[in-house]
Ligand binder design. Structure first.
Ligand SMILES: [Zn+2]
Length: 288
């Protein structure tokens, strides 16, 4: 199943790059080919890291099956329910690991490589330091064993995550109305652009990977009516940290560099969510 990830990534990228070329969504200059090539190189390196982690997951899965270990095996559910629960558990686990990557300074050093890109486009979905991919993969193994989630279910989740992640990192102009409906289910570009904002309250929001529901459940959802005005990136880095493959691999080491940007003008921060707007109006008027 993992062999499908290459063709799925290629097809999704061709579609998204076409939209990015003709219908860019974000204000400011578009990303260049050099950035895309660096990200594709990182993607290949991370695919090799993921293959090693998948080998370890396979061994753990064989051990769990051999010993009848795992909550799902004890519950004896229909296969489709087990599959849906496995997807939900893997996705909420991704959400939790993502929050930790923002909150724990050592993890943030590596995750900041993903955030210091100053231009968003689909391949930013591949811009992760290899140590972060290894760490996240290794953290998935005990969860899979505990619940009895098989390697096929992990591979299926990764096959869903890949195109959704390329999509929500892309710089495509999607109608705000369509985006609003789509993000009831999955993470969309206008939702995820805020996660790449230089302003910390927005950087530390919208952590979900596939299903957007986790941000609403755990209170980390934010929106902007004018999402296209988000200033992408992190302060504190030099151009070579941001633009070169060598910089992406070495910037987590040495003195901490990442800094958050200033609060944007209030005029661009108007939320784009009916429930949040109602809450803000209540807070302004003192209504309960
Ligand atoms: Zn993040």
């Amino acid at each position: 199943m993992e062999l499908l990830s290459g063709p799925i990534a290629a097809i999704t990228l061709v579609v998204l790059w076409s939209f990015e070329a003709f219908l860019p969504g974000l204000a400011g200059p578009a990303a260049g080919m050099r950035q895309r090539m660096c990200h594709l190189a990182l993607g290949l390196m991370n695919a090799a890291v993921s293959a090693v982690v998948a080998g370890l997951l396979l061994l753990a899965d064989m051990w769990a099956r051999g010993h009848g270990f795992g909550l799902f095996r004890a519950a004896e559910m229909p296969w489709w329910l087990e599959f849906l629960l496995a997807l939900a558990i893997l996705d909420v686990w991704h959400y939790a690991c993502h929050v930790l990557a923002h909150q724990i300074p050592l993890l943030w050093r590596f995750h900041a490589v993903h955030h210091n890109a100053d231009k968003l486009e689909a391949t930013v979905a591949m811009r992760f330091h290899c140590f972060e991919i290894a760490f996240l993969g290794l953290l998935t193994i005990p969860v899979a064993v505990l619940f009895g989630i098989g390697i096929q279910e992990v591979a299926a989740y990764n096959l869903i995550l890949l195109p959704v992640s390329l999509f929500h990192h892309s710089n495509v102009r999607l109608s705000p109305r369509v985006d609003r409906v789509l993000r009831l289910f999955i993470v969309t570009p206008r939702m995820h652009w805020l996660h790449h904002s230089r302003w910390q309250p927005e950087t530390n929001s919208n952590y979900s990977s596939v299903f957007s529901v986790w941000d609403r459940i755990f209170g980390t959802f934010r929106s902007r009516k004018r999402a296209e005005t988000v200033e992408i990136g992190l302060d504190g880095y030099e151009a070579r940290d941001i633009e070169t493959l060598r910089g992406m691999m070495t910037s987590p080491f040495g003195p901490a560099k990442s800094e958050y940007g200033e609060r944007p003008d209030a005029a661009v921060l108007e939320p784009d969510d009916p429930l949040v707007v109602i809450e803000l109006k209540k807070a302004e008027t003192g209504a309960v």
